[in-house]
Design a protein around this ligand. Structure first.
Ligand code: PEP
Length: 249
């Protein structure tokens, strides 16, 4: 059985008091033990969140990291800095990082390799733009994103990988991929992993769907065979909505 996972990407939201309040509200809910729950606050709120969630079932993740171990990278954060704040999970390749901050398949390959070497867990995001779907290039594009960043990893590194398929046209737009579209792509992704590695590895990788998941649509999306949970943006900022999504399995 694959791990069921719901991760909240807070993006550049929630300062110190807002983080305190959201975590207080989240912590009032019982987290079911068959779902792994993550929240990804901004870098400045990581220590606060780790401290607050000590002994609680929610895990703190970072939203990004640099591939380099240290050095002249003004404004950047390394894996050892994250680990030093007791953060062992990082989101990599989010579409906003790709489109607004120039991340590429090549630069992500370096980040993935650095995070794996540091023993971190990665929530690796990828997905097509609307124009690519309209031109029916979405399968090729997704295959390339996966192959470039991940397919040279040794099999055992996949214990550290969670995939998050996020069609860019569905992120923050209110437009969700239909459950059928999500299932079709997730099955395709799993097949690519099987082709590159083997069936047993492919069957163990959790593949999350991301893109305007809400309490009202989560149940149907999560019921798809190859959808193992969600990466949640907007709806992760409200404790009630986020927990409704966690409880939608
Ligand atoms: C995201 O940012 O990863 C995301 C899925 O956002 P939203 O849920 O707001 O579409």
């Amino acid at each position: 059985m694959r791990n069921q996972i719901v991760a909240g990407n807070w993006k550049m939201n929630n300062n110190t008091p807002e983080t305190e309040l959201l975590l207080d509200n989240l912590m009032q809910h019982v987290i079911r033990d068959d779902v792994s729950v993550y929240v990804a606050p901004a870098f400045t709120q990581l220590s606060q969140s780790v401290e607050k969630l000590k002994g609680h079932a929610i895990t703190v993740a970072a939203q990004n990291m640099n591939a380099a171990a240290s050095g002249a990278h003004t404004g950047e954060i390394s894996s050892s800095m994250l680990i030093g704040t007791e953060v062992h999970t990082v989101i990599l390749g989010h579409s906003e990082r790709r489109s607004l901050y120039g991340e590429t398949n090549d630069s992500l390959k370096l980040k993935v390799s650095s995070a794996i070497d540091a023993g971190m867990k990665i929530i690796f995001c990828f997905g097509e733009e609307l124009s690519e779907r309209k031109e029916n290039k979405h399968f090729d594009l997704v295959k390339k994103q996966l192959a470039s960043a991940l397919f040279e990893l040794p099999s055992d590194a996949w214990n550290q990988i969670i995939l998050a398929y996020e069609p860019v046209w569905a992120i923050g737009t209110g437009e969700t991929a239909s459950p059928k579209q999500a299932q079709e792509m997730h099955a395709f992704i799993r097949q690519q992993i099987e082709n590159q590695y083997d069936k047993s590895l492919a069957d163990h990788v959790s593949i999350l769907y991301g893109g305007s998941v809400k309490p009202s649509n989560a149940k149907e999306i999560f019921s798809m065979t190859d959808v193992d949970g969600g990466l949640i943006g907007g709806a992760s900022l409200k404790a009630e909505d986020f927990m409704d999504i966690v409880n939608a399995f």
